[in-house]
Structure formats: C-alpha cells, structure tokens
Ligand binder design. Structure first.
Ligand code: HEM
Ligand code: HEM
Ligand SMILES: [Fe+2]
Length: 469
C-alpha cells in the first residue's frame, strides 16, 4: 500500500467521526423543532444546526480528499508527491476542526466586531468557521491541489480523469475564498455567497464526485477506461452547461435584476439531465459487467449515489426550481427536504462506497460481504428517505398555508407552524432521524470490524485474517 493510501485511510476515519458529530447535532436540532424549550440558552438550535451543516461540509470534503489520495498513486503508478506535507496538513486540519467545534459549542457568540470574525464565527452559512480556521482549511486544500498537480508533473503523464480533476480543483478551491469577505449589504453578500454554495454543489463538487466515481467504477467493476472517460466528458459538459447559469435559481428573491427569473428557471430546469446521464452510466456498466463484484457494499452504495444524486438533486431540485413554484416553496422545509436528499445521494453515498473499496484492499479482504453492511445500508437509506418524505409533507403544508393562503406574513408563518401536517412532518423527521442514527451505528461497527471478524462458514470456525467478513 502506498503512503498516500494510508493517509487516505486517516482521512476516511476523520470523515466518519465528523459524520457522527453531524448526526448527533442533527438529532438535537430536530428534537428542538419538536420541543422548542430543549437546551434553551445552553445549546440553541442555531448552534446545533451550524455544527450539523459545517461538519457535513467538512466530512464530505475529507472523504473526497481521502478518495483522491487513495486513487492517485494507483492511477499514476507512483507515490503522491509531497505526501509528507500532506500528512502534516491532515493533523493540522483535524486540530482546526476540533478547536472550531469546541468554540462553536462553548463560546457561540461574540460582539459584532472584527475579532469575532477572526476567532469565533464568520457567519456565512455552511462555511461559518472563523478566519484563522478558514485560512488553515484553505492551506490544507492548497497542499492537496499541489499534491495532485505535482504527482502528475513528476509522472510526466496525465490520464483523462486526472486532467478533469485538476482543472476542477482550481475553481473548487478558489470559490472557498468567498467565505472570507464581510459584506454588509445583504443582497451583495448573498449574491456572492451563492457562488460558493451553488457552484460547489451543482458544478465543482459534482465534477469531483464524477471523477471519483469514474476511478471507483474501474476498480469495482473493471469497467474500461475508454467508457468511463467518455461518460465523464459528457457529464462535465452537461453539468457546466446547465449548472453555471442554473445559479440563477437562487437569485429570484434577493434583490437581483428580474432577468434572473428566466435565466435561472430555464437553465436549472435542465440540471437534472447530467444526473440522469450518470444513472444511465451506472446501470449500463453494472449491466455489462453482470453486476459481478467482490465488493457488494461498495457496489450498492455506488448505485445509491447514482440514483440519489438524480432523485435528490435532480428531481427534488427540479420540483421547486421554476420561479412560479419557488415563490411558494422558497426557504420552507421543502428546501430542507431537497437539501438532505441531494447531499446524501450525490455525495455521502459516494464517499461511503469509496471507503468500502479502500477497506477491501487495505485489509486484503477476498470478498466484502456479510449482514452488517446490509443493515446499515437499509437503516441509513430508509431513515434518510423517511426524513425527506416527512420534510416534504411539512414543506407542502408551509407552501400551502403560509404562502398560498396566508400571503407570506409573519402571522401566516406562525399559523403554518401549528398546522397538523407540519407538526406531524417534523415529528416523523425525528423518528426517521433515529432510524438513520441506528444505521450510522451499524455502519461504524461494520467499517471497524469488516475483514477482522472471525466468521463461521459451513459450520467451520475460520479465523481468517482479512477473510470473508
Ligand atoms: C439523524 C439524521 C439527521 C437529522 C435528524 C437532521 C436534522 C436536521 C435539522 C433539524 C436541520 C435544520 C433544518 C432547518 O433549519 O429547518 C437540518 C439541516 C440540514 N441537514 Fe440534516 N439531519 C440529519 C442528517 C443529515 C444528512 C445525512 C445530511 C446530508 C448528508 C444532512 C444535511 C443537511 C443540510 C444540507 C441542512 C441545511 C438545510 C437547509 O437549511 O435548507 N442532514 N438537518
Ligand atoms: C446534486 C447536488 C445538489 C445539492 C447537494 C443541493 C443542495 C441544496 C441545498 C442544501 C439547498 C438549500 C440551500 C440553503 O438555503 O441553505 C438547495 C437549494 C436549492 N436547490 Fe439544490 N442541490 C443540488 C442540486 C440541485 C438541482 C439539480 C436543482 C434544480 C434542478 C436544485 C435546485 C435548488 C433550488 C431551486 C434551491 C433553492 C430553494 C429555495 O429557494 O429555498 N438543486 N440545494
Ligand atoms: Fe442551486
């Protein structure tokens, strides 16, 4: 195993720990919806939500970085350039995340002055980390970009997938810089902030996960490079062709000119196309290889990624992307339903798939299988889809009572919060959140023990080092 791959395993471990914190914070925030007095003035909803979504961004980023460190040396047949520096940055990254989490939980607020921006919170949703920490995260990502580019330069060779990856990493890292400026005009601030959020999840991350899934497909199903690269190019063209101007679907109501209604509506309505292409690609490859694989969990999680990306991002996004509809659904639990489905489907499932692939090699498992992964797969996905359904019901109630009938007033908002559909929706979200959390626990058990468990085969006890699992 390459040193870069050992580093990848560290990244995966850190990602799974953060995933756990995310689940706990999510459960707390969901409980506060049901019981608003819970932990009031101690660990308020806004702090839990911030922890929830910031750890989500970070664990997914860590998963992506880990995946690239895992595949890169194999792709180029050589150790990752500057891997020592990357190892140092990994630990720095972990310390930063731990300190920021402690500050979020124990300090929470600061006066509205520069020091708060530097030491406590920069206040931009999803990337709230204070400046000192954001600088550290930027450096970690820059070292990562350096590793990828210089490994290719030293190898004097670049594959199609790596070329796409390298070009993608430049805007991906650059967009993060939008986390820094403190703009006081709210319209201008949101205008740029959406570049970061939208152009990450609907452009640069989408291409990054496309590259990672392409590399994974070749390892998992032995799909030919020619095929995965051709699909990747088509997907990249479609993602960028629709996703860049699709940005306009966030510019409907923030004070930007009204031409965004047409541009945003039209281009974002086309955004499901590349995601549908990815489903076709995954199903096509699985079919041509007769679904033969030694790594069932990686295969199932990859399929979940393809379908989840299309359904959660494409279909759930499409539902509310036309301005005529968004007028009623904007910022309701409908949006939250889509946010959960899309992040889970497009990114989380892909990261879990790669972790199973990596463990197969790292622990020399002949065939990755067993009951635990099935339980975790079922519980996590039932939990997630259950939450998504419950939130959709709550969101529809809001769109109807609060917006369509109530005319978007504060009173209508309060009334909708009391509607039985809304109340039942958020209660069921908590119930399914607990199912999801159970799935997380089983996933952790499986990841920690797979290939290390002693298994009984045909009545014989076999102590297999990295055995059938
Ligand atoms: C135990 C499971 C989970 C629970 C109980 C939970 C709960 C919550 C709650 C209560 C919020 C705040 C919603 C609001 O402000 O109205 C939230 C926001 C969010 N969660 Fe989760 N969550 C869970 C898992 C996940 C997962 C697995 C993902 C994605 C991988 C995710 C992604 C998000 C995102 C993106 C938001 C922000 C949505 C927005 O503001 O529009 N959550 N979650
Ligand atoms: C697959 C990757 C995607 C992810 C991870 C994702 C995630 C999210 C999240 C988290 C939000 C809430 C942002 C916030 O206010 O905090 C959001 C909003 C939105 N998304 Fe997506 N999305 C994806 C793809 C799409 C696609 C393909 C479409 C359209 C077809 C779409 C349409 C929308 C719209 C219209 C909103 C704004 C909702 C509102 O006005 O409240 N999304 N997305
Ligand atoms: Fe968007």
């Amino acid at each position: 195993m390459y040193r870069s791959q050992r580093l990848a395993l560290n990244y995966f471990t850190a990602a799974m720990v953060l995933f756990g914190i995310m689940v706990v914070a999510g459960l707390l925030a969901a409980s506060q919806y049901v019981s608003p007095g819970l932990l009031l003035n101690k660990l308020d909803f806004n702090v839990n939500k911030m922890l929830h979504i910031d750890t989500m961004i970070l664990w997914l980023l860590m998963g992506f970085i880990g995946a690239v460190y895992w595949f890169l040396p194999v792709e180029l047949d050589r150790e990752t350039e500057g891997v020592r520096l990357a190892e140092v940055m990994f630990w720095i990254f972990c310390v930063i995340v731990a300190v920021v989490a402690v500050v979020f939980v124990f300090v929470q607020y600061g006066p509205s002055e520069e020091t708060t921006l530097w030491l406590i919170n920069q206040g931009r949703k999803y990337v709230e980390a204070p400046r000192w920490a954001a600088i550290g995260i930027t450096l970690t990502v820059l070292v990562f970009v350096y590793n990828v580019v210089f490994t290719a330069i030293k190898a004097r060779r670049v594959t199609g997938i790596l070329a796409v990856l390298m070009v993608d990493l430049i805007p991906l890292a650059g967009l993060y810089l939008i986390a820094f400026p403190a703009i006081t005009d709210m319209s201008v601030d949101l205008y740029w902030w959406w570049w970061l959020v939208h152009l990450w999840v609907e452009a640069t991350w989408e291409i990054l996960i496309g590259c990672i899934m392409a590399l994974a497909l070749m390892q998992l199903l032995g799909t030919e490079r020619r095929i995965v690269e051709t699909w990747l190019y088509v997907e990249v063209a479609l993602v960028l062709g629709t996703g860049i101007l699709g940005l306009g679907h966030h510019y409907f109501w923030i004070g930007t000119p009204s031409y965004w209604l047409g541009i945003g509506g039209f281009f974002s309505a086309l955004e499901p196309l590349p995601l549908l292409g990815m489903v076709a690609h995954a199903v096509y490859d699985a079919g041509t290889q007769h679904m033969k694989t030694t790594n069932k969990p990686a295969f199932y999680w990859m399929m979940a990624e393809a379908f989840g990306n299309f359904l959660g991002g494409g279909v759930w996004g499409f539902m509310m992307t036309l301005p005529q509809i968004n007028l009623f659904t904007h910022g309701t639990q409908w949006t939250v339903s889509h946010g959960h489905f899309a992040f889970w489907g497009a990114y989380a499932c892909g990261v879990i798939s790669v972790i199973y692939l990596a463990l197969e090699k790292a622990r020399a498992i002949r065939e990755v299988n067993g009951a635990a992964w099935r339980w975790s797969f079922a519980l996590l996905n039932i939990g997630l889809v259950g939450m998504v359904g419950a939130l959709l019901v709550a969101g529809i109630a809001q769109a109807f009572f609060e917006r369509a009938i109530g005319g978007s007033t504060l009173l209508a908002f309060m009334n909708a919060q009391g509607s039985p559909w809304f109340v039942q929706g958020i209660t069921m979200r908590l119930v399914f959140g607990l199912v999801f959390a159970a799935g997380y626990a089983v996933l952790m058990y499986d990841l920690l023990t797979i290939g290390r468990r002693r298994v009984a085969v045909s009545g014989l006890k076999m102590g297999v080092a990295g055995g059938v699992a």
